[in-house]
Design a protein around this ligand. Structure first.
Ligand code: SIN
Length: 328
């Protein structure tokens, strides 16, 4: 028997409206029900029916940890329901990759959770949202789909690789190193490899049940960029303000301005956890061996920030150790 697909709305341009035919619009105006109700083909694609819920209605540049808490908890509850086959999340494009990575780190991967979006508002002459949403429901209903996936402009991406690479193009997302996982074309899912991506246990799944995850404040983790003229003053300021973690977007193969590096060493001595990511859009820096910090495992700075927040929560709740394995 076909199981139902849950659609969780969070806003974004896909739910945006503006004067017909004009380029201007406001994101997150339509309710999830209005959005879904305007695309009758979704019912067929879902097979076992649709359940629509609105989790938030925001421009995703304004995403908050509170919305993430609520969204992750809603997903967890729906995934545990035997009558649900998969989840679709409608989302703004601007922070979609962050939400995808957060959910990937937290949620069981035995059923699909598919994020989708649009670059044009619902009132555009030729909106891309309806097709993207139809593709997302098709993907979520596919028997081989597992884990957190993103579909936009017909391309299926994984949560680790997906990144927004263009501010305007309809095909605004890429998976720079791994390439796409597949495509949705004419109502059919085609995987890029011989088999569909296999489910794996989430790294931080247990955290969803811990009080630290639902706490009003998450550990403060900030992103700092190494650039010409860096002086490390921002790092010192953050440490004085109680920051718990810093992700550095380093130059080249993980290099840092010497003044910034000195400030980061002071931060580590003060108990702050530092992770090294790259400001290059592609590739992965070599493992760090001679510094009091680790590399971010190939994650982009925004995704490394999420992983570090989750690790700090785990450390504070039950694991009792610093996430970088260092003492003090
Ligand atoms: C947003 O991220 O919510 C607005 C921009 C978009 O969806 O393209």
């Amino acid at each position: 028997m076909s199981r139902k697909i849950v659609i969780l709305g969070t806003g974004g341009t896909i739910a945006g409206t503006g004067p017909a035919g004009s380029g201007s619009y406001t994101a997150a105006q339509l309710t999830a029900e209005q959005l879904v109700g305007s695309i009758p083909a979704l019912q067929n694609a879902a097979g076992g029916g649709l359940l629509v819920q609105e989790v938030a209605r925001i421009d995703s540049k304004d995403m908050t940890h509170a919305v993430w808490q609520w969204l992750a908890q809603r997903c967890l509850a729906h995934l545990a329901d035997g009558t649900v086959g998969g989840i679709v999340i409608t989302h703004g494009t601007d922070t979609l990759e962050e939400t995808a990575w957060l959910l990937h780190e937290l949620l069981p991967a035995d059923k699909p959770v598919v994020l989708t979006c649009a670059m044009r508002p619902a009132t555009a002459l030729s909106p891309d949202g309806p097709q993207n949403l139809l593709d997302a429901v098709t993907l979520a209903a596919h028997p081989e789909a597992h884990g957190v996936l993103v579909v936009a402009a017909g391309v299926v991406h994984g949560a680790r690789e997906v990144t927004k690479v263009h501010p305007q193009r309809l095909d605004a997302f890429a998976s720079p190193d791994g390439g796409p996982l597949g495509w949705v074309q004419g109502g059919e899912v085609r995987w890029a490899h011989a088999t569909a991506p296999q489910p794996a246990a989430p790294r931080c799944g247990a955290l969803l049940l811990e009080p630290a995850f639902m706490a009003p404040q998450w550990p403060r983790v900030e992103i700092i960029l190494s650039h010409a003229g860096s002086d490390g003053a921002l790092v010192d300021w953050l440490v004085a303000g109680g920051v718990r973690g810093i992700v550095v977007a380093a130059t080249g193969n993980g290099t840092l301005h010497e003044a910034l590096q000195a400030a980061l060493r002071r931060a580590v001595s003060a108990g702050v956890t530092v992770r090294l990511a790259s400001r290059c859009g592609e590739g992965r820096i070599s493992p760090v061996t001679d510094q009091p910090w680790r590399d971010a495992g190939g994650l982009s700075p925004v995704k490394a920030r999420i992983s570090l927040m989750l690790e700090l929560m785990q450390a504070s709740d039950s694991f009792g150790a610093r996430p970088d394995g260092l003492s003090g």
